[in-house]
Design a protein around this ligand. Sequence first.
Ligand SMILES: [Zn+2]
Length: 125
Amino acid sequence: MDFTIVMFSWIVAIAIAIIILCFMASKMCEVASLKGYDPAKKHIFAICIWLGIFGYFYVLALPDLKLRKLLGEKEESENFDKESKNDSSPQNKVTVLENGDWKCPFCGAQNPANDKRCYCGYKRV
Ligand SMILES: [Zn+2]
């Protein structure tokens, strides 16, 4: 008799824990997508379920891609670039100098011809 009550309360406790985990994980998926990540590709949900609080910290510690993009830094992940609409703003035009070097349109630094990326994070297109 007592045993069934104990079992029942355990099941209820576990069920509540699972609900909270799922709720937190879906919240973290929201946070990740707000930051510009694809939660499905990053396995945010699974990470949060399995790592619990550490998973939340992981998501919260992810750099904000949207903020980075605003600052002119392009992420190396190609998916993110494809998803975001093609930037054709005039400031993305690279000025090529006579010796092949190119000038970063973002920070104005001169970069060697074979460098694909400026130190400021701008990726040559
Ligand atoms: Zn630059």
